[in-house]
Design a protein. Structure first.
Length: 345
């Protein structure tokens, strides 16, 4: 028969007594009252420190978390597993100790500053900013591994959560989903496009017409191909009346989608002739551009330095002189091979 020994009185027994028990635990200076059924010694009537008593303590910690709006151990594990990172890599990317993270995943309560960091890490955009703050403390290989995991989470989030995103990718890419000369040997990414637009708008710091943004995107992607032999966004450009247009007839839908996900605002201004409208694009979330590499940002900066001061009509006229435009017919997709002959930059 199984025997138990009471840690209080030292006596042994074969049968524990189960009854209701209420205890007040003090956690981080706060008193937490919890109740549950636990085992008692039949001789000294003291609680037995077995699994039921441990569960009572866990219940007190859980109540403390609820009162202070703190995440559970399971929440911490779920955040890390979303990015498919080891405890070591996840901890270093957040700037906290691996041993501390292990304790949090086992039930220890993080302090408020660590809790805030973990809450921010739920969002890939915010996590990328945190990662960049600790970049100097990590090896290049580890930094790139974490960054790749975050980007993957970003793209999965957009692809799976938005019917419009799937529709856009299907319509823009058509059957050309693999890297080729129509997308600049870069698979199209709505998330990458989002951050290029945000970066462009934030760098210009002013309202930008729909017409002008179309042309700047064209020059950014084609200049990147000319320099790196790949585009930045993977966008396909179509020969339209006002020059190369991203996505062709779906360009308006692209900007509507970017508006919905918070990348930009749209104002519609009626012109004097009362027949046409200009879409004026205002930047949002201008501090979140970490998905772009420093090399890509540099290329965009060079495009802005050369072409940013021009108005939409001036950029349109300039794009009409590009071989990329003159060598293709109306509503035809433009091959990135013409980027090698880019004139404006």
């Amino acid at each position: 028969m199984l025997k138990y020994e009471c840690s209080k009185c030292g006596r042994t027994f074969s049968k524990k007594i189960l009854r209701a028990f209420t205890k007040i635990f003090e956690i981080k200076g706060e008193k937490i009252k919890v109740s549950s059924n636990i085992h008692f010694c039949p001789y000294c009537n003291e609680p037995i420190g077995d699994k039921l008593y441990a569960a009572l303590l866990d219940k007190a910690y859980e109540e403390y978390r609820k009162r202070n709006d703190l995440m559970s151990a399971a929440d911490v594990v779920d955040i890390r597993k979303r990015y498919k990172l080891s405890q070591s890599l996840f901890a270093r990317s957040l700037g906290i100790g691996e041993a501390s993270l292990q304790r949090y995943e086992k039930g220890s309560i993080p302090n408020q500053s660590v809790h805030t960091i973990l809450e921010l890490a739920k969002n890939p955009d915010s996590y990328l900013q945190i990662l960049n703050q600790h970049k100097s403390l990590m090896s290049v290989a580890d930094y790139e591994k974490v960054k790749s995991a975050i980007i993957s989470a970003m793209e999965t989030s957009i692809d799976c959560s938005s019917e419009k995103a799937r529709y856009l990718e299907c319509e823009i890419c058509g059957t050309d989903k693999q890297p080729n000369l129509l997308n600049g040997f870069q698979a199209f990414s709505l998330e990458k496009l989002k951050w290029v637009v945000v970066y462009l708008l934030s760098k210009m710091g002013e309202r930008v017409s729909y017409l002008k943004l179309n042309k700047l995107l064209f020059y950014c992607d084609f200049y990147a191909f000319k320099t790196l032999t790949r585009s930045i966004t993977g966008l396909q450009y179509v020969n339209m009346q006002y020059g190369p247009v991203p996505g062709g007839a779906f360009s308006y839908t692209i900007y509507e989608y970017l508006n919905q996900v918070g990348a930009l605002d749209i104002d519609i201004i009626e012109c004097e002739d009362e027949k046409t409208q200009h879409w004026i694009l205002l930047p949002q979330n201008s501090s979140h551009c970490g998905l772009l590499s420093e090399q890509e940002k540099k290329l965009i900066d060079e495009v802005l330095e050369a072409l940013g001061p021009l108005k939409g009509k001036e950029l349109t006229n300039l794009s009409h002189e590009e071989i990329a435009y003159t060598k293709t017919s109306n509503k035809q997709k433009i091959s990135y091979e013409y980027a090698l002959d880019l004139k404006a930059i």
